[in-house]
Design a protein around this ligand. Structure first.
Ligand code: GDD
Ligand code: MN
Length: 369
């Protein structure tokens, strides 16, 4: 048994495979990790397989699976899960895009209790080097879709991640396309995910096989994971969407509070409109906060990073003002400059502000430790 299995999916990586194996192995020895390197290759027609076989002559911890059916990056990773001879798996690209130097840190986080550790490009300290604009745009689109399912995770489509065996062991994964992490998050058995930032370096040699089919597959995969969560209420996706739903209900209640108070203050207290409106808005923000704190995010109450209710309130207040500004800006820009009917422009503004409010409050106000 090994401490860790580093799974490297490969297709036509003759230019990179020796270097990535060498680098991973160096990290193992420098950090006293008893690690296995498992190359899962889709029967590459180039020299990838003979090169790995050659390395195996001198390195007993290098394993190779050559697949003949159903080729695909995700399928290969899942086959790696089932072949690995350890209880912790770490997936890394062969093309040196994912720095092996992060492996010890990721392993340490798993050992410290995280079920999943994600090497994340889209968080403070992470990034992408040498990607053309087109790749960046596609990737941001994919990440946005993925975040609809997992609002808490910055980079749900990273190809660099570690998981405990138990997360994926009997998960009903349907591997296809490139985004195996999304599948693991959607159907795996996990509670805690930790992200560590890293700098993605685009391959120097060889080419990416990501094409239109990859994008179509991905859209199908997102849909499938959404459908899965509908039938599995313990899934992470369902838990998130339940929060979004509650947040929406609270938002609607806020509209009622706001409108009711406005009418009351104007008609019965005889306040002038701007004053009545400010009070109505502020009180609806307060009532929204209380309901969200006591209901929407109740399940996380032991784990709030902002430990005091007033800290969460201040955060919520600031985010709400930002949301109002977004609503205001969209309404005025669309109605004044784009000629959109102001009622429709306002609905759009409200929707964007709502999404903003949810995502930012989820990530800041009610962030978990
Ligand atoms: N076995 C197998 N079969 N491996 C494959 C296949 C396949 O059909 N296609 C690609 N691979 C291997 C490559 O050899 C490489 O080791 C790794 O999978 C990533 O392939 P690339 O083609 O270099 O992917 P990329 O750089 O475009 O995408 C990477 O970044 C994405 C994030 O934007 C990957 O890490 C993706 O998983 C990740 O989502
Ligand atoms: Mn690559």
């Amino acid at each position: 048994m090994y401490d860790l299995t580093v799974i490297i999916p490969t297709f036509k990586e003759e230019a990179n495979i020796a270097a990535i194996i060498r680098e991973v192995d160096t990290v193992f020895s420098r950090n006293a990790i008893n690690g296995e390197i498992l190359v899962v290759d889709d029967n590459s027609p180039d020299r990838t397989i003979p090169i790995v076989r050659d390395i195996q002559q001198t390195k007993s911890n290098v394993s190779l699976v050559v697949r003949k059916n159903d080729p695909g990056l995700s399928q290969s990773v899942v086959e790696g899960f089932h072949t690995a001879q350890s209880d912790i798996f770490l997936v890394i690209d062969a093309d040196l895009s994912h720095p092996p130097a992060h492996i010890p840190e990721m392993l340490a986080e798993i050992r410290a209790g995280s079920d999943i550790v994600i090497g994340s490009r889209y968080m403070q300290g992470g990034g992408i080097q040498k990607w053309p604009l087109k790749r960046r745009v596609i990737s941001l689109g994919a990440t946005f879709l993925g975040r609809l399912l997992f609002p808490e995770i910055h980079d749900p489509v990273s190809g660099f991640f570690a998981v405990k065996k138990g997360v994926v062991e009997d998960a009903p994964l349907k591997p296809r396309g490139y985004k195996i992490l999304l599948e693991v998050l959607g159907k795996g058995h996990w509670k805690t995910a930790k992200e560590i930032p890293f700098e993605f370096v685009d391959r120097a040699v060889g080419s990416s096989k990501l094409g239109l089919k990859t994008i179509v597959d991905y859209a199908a995969q997102v849909t499938d994971n959404a459908r899965y969560s509908w039938n599995h209420h313990d899934s992470a996706v369902w838990q998130e969407w339940k929060k979004l739903f509650k947040f929406g209900m609270v938002g609607l209640s806020g509209i009622v509070v706001n409108e009711g108070l406005l009418i009351y203050l104007k008609e019965f207290v005889h306040l002038v409109l701007p004053v009545a409106s400010i009070i109505a808005i502020e009180l609806s923000i307060i009532s929204n906060f209380i309901l969200n704190d006591l209901w929407t995010f109740r399940a996380d109450r032991e784990e709030h990073a902002l430990g005091h209710r007033w800290q969460r309130f201040i955060s919520f207040q600031v985010v709400s003002v930002g949301g109002a500004a977004i609503n205001f800006a969209i309404l005025n820009v669309l109605a004044t400059w784009a000629g959109v009917d102001y009622r429709i422009a306002n609905i759009l503004g409200i929707l964007v502000a709502f999404i903003w409010n949810f995502l930012v409050n989820r990530r800041v106000t009610w962030q978990r430790k």
